[in-house]
Design a binder for this molecule. Structure first.
Ligand code: HGY
Ligand code: MN
Ligand code: MN
Ligand code: MN
Length: 400
């Protein structure tokens, strides 16, 4: 656990003065590849055999890879300016749990693996949980190969650069067939455990959520030479969309709608944009409510575009329905952990993708700030240790 804690402090960028850095590690980019190399070395030091699957996910095996395996793990990539725990806590805790099981003389009857999924945040190619979606076959591999990052590099080129064969991206029945159960530990992204004053919880469900790109087209022109009433400025309907998102979500209990990324083209201070791309992240308790929120926003966006003489094109980039985790596995974890709380989450996870294919559960570790996707994201060492102990107990019971 000492190494895991040391790594967590390192990942957290907690410098001598205790400041916390935000990290942007994206799929197959140098920062994430560096962490993946750390993981491979650390897993080998834990006595695990590491392999990379056809979709770039890392698997560290205790025992021969085989059917009915108990698999745990999470992701190492992050969002721009993200916290240190979202993803890495699950990976580090998995290695620490293996360490402590070994130290207790535990010998798994079933194969046990720690997995690191690629590009969970979708920070580079725009589709969240890309590595687990490819594994599970819930994204078309041709569409995935064509995904591009902001530099115009395709996923096919990126995975080739990481030494993989782009032609083999896609559903991996061999890897899926090995998984008997999957359990992901994750820092809580919210204040549920802080409010309950408890260190660990089991997850019940994940909100339905998706991403849509709105591309507003107008007329690029000079900021000074173009009279106000002679413009077709796509920034105006873009601004109306942001306001409409808040209005629409506020009208549906529990719904969320967020615009965190706007990209004007060409993006000059003294230039009226030709186009403006706006990405919408919308979530709610079910598909009907999520799509109702998105439709209300789209109606407002179209009206605002027409008023400004602009065009608008809407593209759905990803969508996933509400996830309910396997009830018997959930209840088995709650019982085994002595009756810990059960919490829903608004955050997406690789476990949410795997849940469609194999019995899946999640463990949450208290985050006293409740903040995530920002440097203030936090988990106290004592709660991290409680998470490792809970995960070790779960893995020991499932693999024993
Ligand atoms: O966006 C999410 O909900 C997750 O943190 N990837
Ligand atoms: Mn995240
Ligand atoms: Mn995460
Ligand atoms: Mn000029």
């Amino acid at each position: 656990m000492a190494e895991a804690t040391a790594l967590l402090a390192d990942i957290a960028g907690v410098g001598a003065d205790g400041r916390r850095g935000g990290y942007s590690r994206h799929g197959f980019d140098p920062a994430e590849l560096e962490l993946r190399e750390w993981f491979t070395a650390a897993a080998r030091r834990c006595g695990l055999a590491v392999e990379t699957d056809r979709n770039g996910n890392l698997w560290a095996w205790w025992g021969r890879p085989g059917p009915d395996a108990v698999v745990t793990g999470s992701h190492l990539d992050s969002v721009p300016g993200g916290g240190a725990f979202d993803g890495p806590l699950g990976v580090v805790s998995a290695l620490a749990a293996v360490d402590s099981l070994r130290a207790d003389g535990f010998a798994p009857v079933r194969p046990l693996a720690v997995v690191v999924f690629a590009e969970e945040e979708g920070g580079r190619f725009g589709v969240p949980c890309l590595g687990s979606r490819l594994l599970a076959g819930t994204i078309d591999p041709d569409a995935a190969r064509r995904l591009t990052d902001q530099a115009g590099t395709t996923l096919a080129e990126a995975v080739a650069g990481a030494g993989l064969d782009p032609a083999r991206l896609g559903r991996d029945d061999e890897a899926l067939g090995r998984i008997g159960r999957f359990v992901e530990l994750h820092v809580e992204q919210g204040r549920g455990l802080a409010d309950l004053d408890a260190p660990v919880a089991v997850a019940s469900s994940i909100l339905a959520h998706g991403r849509w790109r709105f591309r507003f087209g107008g007329e690029g022109n000079h900021a000074g030479a173009t009279p106000i009433d002679d413009r077709r400025d796509p920034m105006l309907p873009a601004a109306q969309l942001v306001l409409a998102a808040r209005r629409a979500a506020a009208g549906v209990p529990g719904a969320r709608a967020t615009v965190g990324r706007v990209l004007p083209n060409p993006g000059g201070t003294n230039v009226i944009a030709s186009t403006v791309d706006v990405w919408l992240d919308a979530r709610a308790a079910d598909t009907a409510r999520t799509r109702a929120v998105v439709e209300e926003i789209a109606v407002a966006a179209r009206a605002a575009a027409a008023e400004e003489g602009c065009e608008v094109a809407v593209t759905e980039e990803s969508y996933g329905d509400t996830v309910f985790f396997d009830a018997s596995l959930r209840d088995r974890l709650v019982r085994g952990l002595g009756g810990v709380p059960v919490l829903a989450t608004g955050a997406g996870h690789d476990a949410g993708i795997l849940a469609a294919r194999v019995p899946t559960a999640m463990l949450f570790v208290r985050n006293p700030t409740g903040v995530s996707h920002a440097p203030a994201e936090h988990a106290e060492p004592a709660d991290c240790a409680a998470g490792v102990a809970a995960l070790a107990a779960v893995l020991g019971e499932l693999a024993g």
